[in-house]
Write a protein that binds this ligand. Structure first.
Ligand code: PRT
Ligand code: ZN
Length: 285
C-alpha cells in the first residue's frame, strides 16, 4: 500500500510545531528534518521537507498528498487544494502599515500610493474589494524597511507581536486576514490515501481537542451541586461521587481552555473547594 506523503517546512517558524503535532499523534520519524525525506515508523507516512512557499503547489501537483502550511501561503498561492484542518499554531495576521508619523483616516489614503509586499494576491483582492487603486511593489523579504528607504509609502506584511513594525517606525492601520498553520490536501487522492488521511486527522483532532481542554476535579457542597454541574457540563455529563464527609461531593469534568478563568471564578462563587486542574493527553470525541 502507498504511504501518505506530507510536505512540511524544512526550517522556519512552522517546522518544529509541525513535527511536534505528528509526534503527539503517535507518529515518530526515523530521522530529523536535516534530511530531505523521512519515513514514519508507526504509520504509513512519509515526510518531505521543503520551503513553505512551495507546499501549496506541491500538494496541488501531487508531489505531496498533504501539507502543513501557513494559511497566508495557502491564500496567496491560490492552488486548487482543500483546507482540511486548522492547527492553531503559528498564528499571525496580514496587515497594512504606514509610517507612524503619518495620519490615517481610512483606506482612501492609500489611493495611488506605493505598497510593498510579498503577498500581492491577497493584497490585490482586498484593494479591489474596497475599490482602492494602488501601486503594488512585490518584494520577497525585509518588506518592513521599504518605507524608510523610499521604496514605498506603505507595506502589507505579516504581523505577530507588532515589534517589527514599531522598530521600523511603522503603525498597523488595517488587518486584512488572520492566519494560522493549516493542513491542506490534494483533491485527487485515491481511496487508500483518503483513508490514511482520515486516520491521521482523527489522531490530530484528538491531540488538538486535548490541548484545548483540561480535566477538572473539585469538591462541591451538595446544596449547590446542580448549579456546579451546569457550569461544567463536560463531554457527556460530569462524574459525581459522594465524599466521606456528609454534604459534599467530588465532581470530575472536562473544561475548555477558552472559558477556563471565567468558569473557575464561577465555581468558587458556588463554594467549590480543592479545585484540581490536570492536562489531558488525548481526547477522543
Ligand atoms: O524558508 P521558507 O520559505 O520555508 O520560510 P519563510 O522565511 O518564508 O517563512 P517563516 O518560517 O518566516 O514563516 C513561516 C510561516 O509562519 C508564515 O508563512 C506565517 O504563516 C507564520 N508566521 C507566524 C510568521 C510570523 N508568525 C512572523 N512573525 N511569519 C513571519 N513572521 C515575520 C514577519 O514577516 C515579520 O518580518 O516576523 C515579523 C513580524 O513579527 P513581529 O512579532 O515583530 O510582529
Ligand atoms: Zn517562505
Amino acid at each position: 500500500m502507498k504511504n501518505l506523503r506530507i510536505a512540511i517546512q524544512k526550517t522556519g517558524r512552522l517546522s518544529e510545531k509541525s513535527l511536534e503535532i505528528l509526534k503527539e499523534a503517535g507518529i515518530s520519524l526515523n530521522n530529523g528534518s536535516r534530511k530531505l525525506r523521512s519515513e514514519a515508523r508507526s504509520f504509513p507516512l512519509e515526510v518531505i521537507y521543503v520551503r513553505d512557499d512551495d507546499i501549496p503547489r506541491y500538494v496541488e501537483d501531487g508531489v505531496a498528498d498533504i501539507g502543513i502550511v501557513g494559511e497566508n501561503e495557502y491564500a496567496e498561492k491560490e492552488c486548487d487544494v482543500e483546507l482540511v484542518e486548522r492547527l492553531g499554531f503559528s498564528r499571525c495576521r496580514l496587515s497594512l502599515a504606514i509610517p507612524r508619523s503619518e495620519t490615517y483616516r481610512g483606506l482612501e489614503d492609500l489611493m495611488d500610493r506605493r505598497i510593498a509586499t510579498s503577498y500581492p494576491v491577497i493584497l490585490g483582492k482586498y484593494l479591489a474589494e474596497h475599490g482602492i487603486r494602488a501601486d503594488v511593489h512585490v518584494i520577497s523579504g525585509s518588506v518592513e524597511i521599504a518605507p524608510s528607504i523610499g521604496l514605498a509609502d506603505a507595506i502589507f506584511d505579516i504581523v505577530s507581536s507588532g515589534s517589527t513594525l514599531i522598530s521600523n517606525g511603522l503603525k498597523e492601520v488595517e488587518t486584512v486576514m488572520q492566519s494560522e498553520a493549516v493542513i491542506i490536501a490534494g483533491r485527487n487522492l485515491g481511496d487508500d490515501l483518503r483513508r490514511l488521511l482520515k486516520d491521521l486527522l482523527f489522531r490530530i483532532r484528538s491531540v488538538l481537542a486535548a490541548s484545548n481542554n483540561k480535566y477538572i476535579l473539585l469538591n462541591a457542597p451538595n446544596k449547590n451541586l446542580k448549579e456546579i454541574i451546569s457550569v461544567i457540563p463536560g463531554m457527556k455529563s460530569p462524574t459525581v461521587m459522594p465524599l466521606a464527609v456528609e454534604g459534599w461531593s467530588s465532581v470530575h469534568s472536562v473544561l475548555s481552555e477558552k472559558e477556563f478563568w471565567a468558569v473557575i471564578d464561577r465555581l468558587q462563587e458556588l463554594g467549590a473547594q480543592g479545585i484540581l486542574v490536570i492536562p489531558i493527553e488525548k481526547m477522543i470525541l
